[in-house]
Write a protein that binds this ligand. Structure first.
Ligand code: 2BA
Length: 92
């Protein structure tokens, strides 16, 4: 299992959450702030079985688009993703 720590722009979150739920992924949404722009963004914690990681990445690619932010304009990517191996997972 992997935990994908996924940082996305706020504007993409409603569509991404909907797509995740429709496709049977589970996620936790955290409000976050980028260190460089000091602007709000969203961090999703998504626990996923190894065999579904590629499908999840496809979904994120389809939903999250980069855009220009700030003055002067800085290109902010669609998503920044850290994939972390999960040693143990329990739902009690
Ligand atoms: P921010 O830190 O606010 O960064 C927004 C955008 O500013 C970045 O987009 C990048 O294009 C630019 N940027 C960031 N640091 C820079 C620097 N030192 N010099 C020049 N330009 C810089 P993304 O790379 O798409 O990152 C979007 C958001 O993802 C970041 O927001 C941050 O919240 C997160 N992020 C990106 N890389 C990260 C990392 N290595 N560790 C933790 N969070 C990261």
């Amino acid at each position: 299992m992997k935990l994908l720590v996924t940082i996305v722009q706020d504007q993409d979150v409603p569509a991404l959450i909907e797509a995740l739920m429709e496709n049977g992924f589970r996620a936790t949404k955290l409000a976050s702030t980028g260190g460089f722009l000091r602007a709000g963004n969203t961090t999703l914690l998504i626990g996923v079985e190894d065999e579904r990681v590629d499908a999840l990445l496809d979904l994120i690619r389809q939903t999250c688009k980069g855009s220009e932010r700030g003055t002067p304009a800085v290109h902010v990517g669609g998503a920044t993703i850290f994939s972390v191996s999960v040693e143990r997972f329990e739902r009690i």
